[in-house]
Every structure is written in C-alpha cells, then in structure tokens.
Write a protein of this length. Sequence first.
Length: 114
Amino acid sequence: MATTPTSGTFFESDRLPWETVGEGVSRQILTYEPGLMLVRVSFEAGAVGALHHHMHTQMTYVESGVFRCTVGEEERTLRAGDAFYAPSYVWHGVVCEEAGKLVDAFSPMREDFV
C-alpha cells in the first residue's frame, strides 16, 4: 500500500507515487487526515471500478475522461466537471468509456488504502 505524509499543507501531485490497483487502474493518494482523504484514480479506456460499497461517504469528481457511473439503482454517464455522491454502504462503481481520471474524497479516510 502507498503511504503519504499527513503533515504539511501542500502536496504536489507530480511528487506523489501511483499504485496499480487493477487492470488499467492506478491510484494516487493526494493527502489525508483521520476524517478526510483525497485520492486521484487513473483509468484506461475499458477499465472497471467494480461495484462495491464501504462505510465511508464518497464524493467523486470527474477530472477528465468519460465514465458510466452507477450509484445504488441509478446509472449516468459523467464527463469532465461532473461529480457523484455515494453515501455510506451504497453500492457504486464505474466503467471508463474514455480514458480519464477521477478525484475521490472519502470521509472518514480509507485506512485500507495506507
């Protein structure tokens, strides 16, 4: 698992490591503290963020690309500038239709990521 210092004020993404977490999917932990975590996830076209759920509240911003996103029983296609909210324990996942990046915010932080 990747580690990122929790101390400091500024975190420059070009200095932070990427971790492969699935076929065509890599993750970069930008910063975190116990109550909040910010993570960038890069997807190749066709890559899948499988349906899953967790105790954490998640908000996801589409930085680039096109993603078919499922939250609960609803599915939408989202593009750069769009976002979705996945409440605690609600099933959610994505399919990347055009290569891109998502920025995930979790509350509390995902201890399983560090």
